[in-house]
Design a protein around this ligand. Structure first.
Ligand SMILES: [Ca+2]
Ligand SMILES: [Ca+2]
Ligand SMILES: [Ca+2]
Ligand SMILES: [Ca+2]
Length: 385
C-alpha cells in the first residue's frame, strides 16, 4: 500500500510540474505575442510619425521655393537639393547628412513652350501661365513623401489714393511758382496717348481740399487737371493712416539700390522704363537728384526728396518728408503717382514746392507695369504626390 501511495503521489507531482511548465510556456508565448504586437504598433507609430514629418517637410519646401523665387535667389526653372547643397539645412550641426533628403524641381509654365491651360495662348502671351509647378520630395528614416504644388504669381498690391499727388498732411503747405507746371489725374500711356483708366484727381489731400485750392493763384487753377474740374483737388482718407511708412518698411528689404544719408546730388538713373528695367530704390535720409537723373520702379524716401534740373521718373514714389522741385533747366516729369507724408520737422513747413517746368502725370500703364514687375509667387494649390 505504502508503495502504491508513494507511486501515486509521485505521479501527481509529475502532473503538477507538467501543468506548471505548460502554463509557463503558454504565458511566455502570450507575452512574446504581446511584445510582437507592441513592436508592430510602435513601428507603425514611428512610420506614421516619419510619414507626417516628411509630408510637413515636403509642404514647407513648397513655401521655401516660393520665398526663394520671390527673393530672386531661385530661378523659375530651378531646383532645391538639401542633400548636396553644402548647407546644414536642418541646423543640426552636420552638413548634407542622411536626413537632409529634401528636393524640389521647378518648371515655369511661362517658358515651357506649352499652352498649359489649353486656351490657345502660350507662355508669355498668356497672363494665366504665370505659374510655376513645383515637385517636392522629402525622406525621413526611409519614409518618402512627395507633393506637387503650383505657385501662382500675383501683382504687387500698392495703395491707390485718388490723386496723382497725395498729400498726407491735412495742413500741407503747397507752393506752386509760375505757370509752367502741370499736375494731371488724366490717364496717359507711356507713349503719350490717352490711357484706358478713369481719371484720378490731380491732387488728393488727407483733409479739406480748399486748403490746397486757396494756395493756387487764379492762373494756376487750370494747371491741376483730372476728375472733378479745375482745379482737380479732392479729399482722401486712407484706410491705413500710416500707409506711407508701412509701404516703405514693407518694400525696403526688396530695394536693389540703397542710399544712406547720401549728401551728394545724384545724377544717375534708378531704373529705365525704355529698357524695361524697373528698380526699387530706398533712400535712408534725404535724397537730392540733379540734372539728367531719373528712373523707373518704386522710389522710397525716408526723408525729403529734392529735385533740380532735368529729371524723369516712371512709377511710384513714397516720401515720408517733403518734396521740393526746384526751378532751372530741363523738365521734371513723373509718370505714375507720388505720396508725400510730410512728417519731417524742419524749419520750412512747405510740403510740396514746385518751381519751373514740372509735369506730374497719372499713368495707369506705368503703375501696372511696376506692379506686375514686382509681383510675387504664393502656393495656390497642392496635390499628392
Ligand atoms: Ca544637417
Ligand atoms: Ca544640405
Ligand atoms: Ca495658355
Ligand atoms: Ca506655357
Amino acid at each position: 500500500m505504502g508503495g502504491m501511495e508513494r507511486g501515486r503521489a509521485a505521479g501527481e507531482r509529475g502532473s503538477i510540474m507538467a501543468f506548471l511548465l505548460l502554463t509557463i510556456v503558454v504565458v511566455a508565448g502570450g507575452v512574446a505575442g504581446l511584445l510582437t504586437v507592441e513592436r508592430v504598433r510602435q513601428g507603425r507609430v514611428l512610420e506614421q510619425a516619419r510619414a507626417k514629418r516628411s509630408l510637413q517637410l515636403a509642404e514647407s519646401t513648397l513655401d521655401e521655393a516660393a520665398v526663394l523665387v520671390n527673393a530672386g535667389t531661385l530661378g523659375e526653372n530651378g531646383a532645391i537639393d538639401w542633400s548636396g547643397d553644402g548647407l546644414d539645412n536642418d541646423g543640426d550641426g552636420t552638413v548634407d547628412e542622411a536626413d537632409e533628403q529634401v528636393s524640389a524641381t521647378l518648371v515655369s509654365w511661362a517658358s515651357d513652350g506649352i499652352d498649359n491651360d489649353g486656351d490657345g495662348m502660350t507662355d508669355a502671351a498668356d497672363n494665366n501661365e504665370t505659374v510655376i509647378r513645383v515637385r517636392t520630395s522629402a525622406a525621413i528614416g526611409g519614409v518618402t513623401r512627395a507633393l506637387t504644388g503650383w505657385l501662382q504669381r500675383s501683382p504687387l498690391t500698392l495703395p491707390d489714393p485718388d490723386g496723382t499727388v497725395y498729400l498726407d498732411d491735412p495742413n500741407a503747405d503747397v507752393t506752386f511758382q509760375g505757370n509752367a507746371f502741370e499736375v494731371s489725374g488724366n490717364d496717359q500711356n507711356l507713349d503719350g496717348t490717352p490711357g484706358p483708366a478713369s481719371p484720378l484727381y490731380g491732387i488728393a489731400i488727407n483733409g479739406d481740399p480748399t486748403a490746397v485750392v486757396t494756395q493756387l493763384s487764379a492762373t494756376q487753377q487750370d494747371n491741376v487737371t483730372g476728375q472733378g474740374g479745375l482745379p482737380s483737388v479732392t479729399s482722401y482718407t486712407p484706410p491705413d493712416p500710416d500707409f506711407i511708412e508701412n509701404v516703405i518698411s514693407a518694400l525696403s528689404p526688396r530695394a536693389s539700390v540703397v542710399f544712406n544719408n547720401y549728401t551728394g546730388v545724384y545724377t544717375g538713373m534708378l531704373g529705365n522704363e525704355a529698357t524695361g528695367n524697373y528698380v526699387i530704390t530706398k533712400s535712408n535720409g534725404t535724397l537730392q537728384m540733379g540734372g539728367g537723373s531719373g528712373g523707373a520702379g518704386i522710389l522710397l524716401v525716408d526723408g525729403d526728396l529734392v529735385i533740380s534740373g532735368g529729371w524723369d521718373y516712371v512709377g511710384y514714389i513714397f516720401v515720408t518728408g517733403r518734396v521740393v522741385m526746384n526751378g532751372g533747366a530741363g523738365t521734371r516729369r513723373l509718370r505714375g503717382t507720388i505720396c508725400i507724408g510730410g512728417d519731417v520737422i524742419q524749419g520750412s513747413t512747405v510740403l510740396l514746392w514746385v518751381n519751373g517746368t514740372v509735369d506730374l502725370l497719372y499713368s495707369s500703364e506705368a503703375l501696372s507695369l511696376v506692379r506686375e514687375t514686382f509681383g510675387t509667387y504664393a502656393v495656390s494649390a497642392v496635390t499628392e504626390p
